[in-house]
Design a protein around this ligand. Structure first.
Ligand code: ARG
Length: 459
């Protein structure tokens, strides 16, 4: 049978496969709350402008609230032949209130309707991401505060480089997550304009008030160009881009936790709550949550690439291609929220092993740079010469099978006669980190100042 919405033009209904490729109700039902909110704002505006009667608007409002409660109670009869959430809601409204339901769509199209619903949904997800990132930053800050002066090896190329502190390492992630948070704030600010009233693409001849609907939906303003309003999905692309960058940060931290919890490192141990065992190897404690967080970037970046690919080359204004925006964003948002929550929980329950980290920091000649700097400072050597002398001392220690502080003064003077026993003062890892006082450096005082700054930001 012909479609109840556009049956006037059509004699026959769609092929079953057409229905399958065309219908979005299977996923866009997630927009029901935004759809009903948008419709309520639109109906109230139509009445305020005298475009529909106050009694019709009242019937629409009541009817939409009934639809909302049916959906929330799980009693709503979703129908695939009605394609999407917009037509499902409207058709049900008609069953409930009759004729006035037919006046709701005056001066509106599904094109501006879906753009509005989706913006509202993505805006909510930005807020959720901002909240989740605040919680994650707090968890990283607590770790940093507990271990502001715990020494660990800092790595480059995953080779021991220079000693840093656990607090400094945690605060590096606080900075990254802080930028992620601000990216969601930026995206939210930019997307906060209303497409509603752009109608199909050209605007409408009805005397609608787009400023009123924008205000009712907590948008800052109506979008200024009706073609742009219905045809761009850059707000979704920005959300996905911000999500992808955030997921990269999560994935890198997850990778470090996987490495650090291995028997070879043991820098951290994860609580039982965030680990799994093995069905065959009794000793195992696997960091599955970290591994899954590490993997989520695959879905999130995949969704980002997918939507960029859908949007490129689409002529203005609306094309049905854009219906493919939702599943990508839904999946990316779900994955991101789960990864953020899991990382927050994992970090909160994580115990860092101070002794293990400090022992590892002291091995691998991690204070070689401090030794070279001492030769520059105390003996006036040019840095390049000091680098060379230190390299010879490292080679000597390696040959002896010991670390730099275990060399004797005679050993050292054999390489450079000017070395005195004062050099031993800079070879310890605690002195090394304490000396890194430059702004942004790993000295515990610097790290504590950054922790205090972040606490103020979050307060
Ligand atoms: N379900 C559609 C979407 O998600 C709604 C807009 C349909 N508009 C149209 N002219 N067919 O994009």
């Amino acid at each position: 049978s012909a479609n109840s919405m556009w049956g006037g033009r059509f004699a026959a209904g769609p092929d079953a496969i057409m229905e399958a490729i065309n219908a979005s109700i299977g996923f866009d039902r997630r927009l029901y709350a935004q759809d009903i909110r948008g419709s309520r704002a639109h109906a109230a505006m139509l009445a305020a402008q005298g475009i529909i009667s106050t009694s019709d608007a009242e019937a629409i409002r009541e009817g939409l609230l009934t639809v909302l409660s049916e959906i929330e109670a799980g009693k709503f009869p979703f129908r695939t032949e009605l394609e999407d959430i917009h037509m499902n809601v409207e058709a049900r409204l008609k069953e409930i209130i009759g004729e006035p339901a037919g006046r709701l769509h005056t001066g509106r199209s599904r094109n501006d309707q879906v753009a509005t619903d989706f913006r509202l949904w993505v805006r909510d997800q930005c807020d959720a991401a901002i909240q989740a990132l605040r919680a994650l930053i707090r968890a990283a800050l607590s770790q940093a505060e507990a271990g502001a002066d715990w020494v660990m090896p800092g790595f480059t190329h995953l080779q021991t480089a220079q000693p840093v502190t656990w607090g400094h390492h945690m605060m590096a992630y606080v900075e990254m997550f802080g930028r992620d948070l601000s990216r969601f704030q930026d995206a939210r600010r930019r997307m906060n304009e209303s497409p509603l009233g752009a109608a199909a693409l050209a605007g409408t001849g009805y005397p609608i008030d787009r400023h009123a609907t924008a205000a009712a939906l907590d948008f800052d303003a109506p979008m200024a160009n009706s073609l742009d309003a219905v045809s761009d999905r850059d707000f979704a692309l920005e959300f996905l881009s911000a999500s992808s960058i955030c997921a990269v940060h999560l994935s890198r931290l997850a990778e470090e936790l996987v490495i650090w919890s291995s028997a070879q490192f043991r820098f951290v141990s994860m609580s039982d709550k965030w680990s799994t065992g093995s069905s065959i190897m009794p000793q195992k404690r696997n960091p599955d949550a970290a591994e899954l967080i590490r993997a989520k970037i695959g879905r999130i970046l995949g969704a980002t690439v997918a939507l960029f690919t859908v949007m490129k080359g689409l002529p203005l204004a609306y094309s049905k291609d854009m219906q493919e925006d939702k599943e990508q964003v839904f999946d990316a948002a779900d994955s991101l929220m789960l990864a953020l929550a899991a990382m927050t929980g994992m970090l909160s329950d994580l115990s860092a092993n101070r002794e293990k980290m400090e022992a590892a920091a002291a091995s691998g000649f991690s204070t070689a740079t401090d030794l070279a700097d001492w030769l520059v400072r105390e003996l006036g050597l040019p840095f390049r010469d000091a680098h060379h002398v230190t390299g010879s001392l490292v080679a000597l220690a390696e040959q002896r099978g010991c670390d730099l502080p275990d060399l004797t003064l005679a050993d050292m003077q054999g390489v450079h006669a000017g070395i005195t026993d004062k050099v031993f003062g800079v070879l310890g890892v605690h002195n090394s980190v304490a000396s890194r006082q430059s702004y942004g450096g790993t000295a515990p005082g610097r790290v504590r100042a950054q922790i205090a700054r972040w606490k103020e930001i979050l307060a």
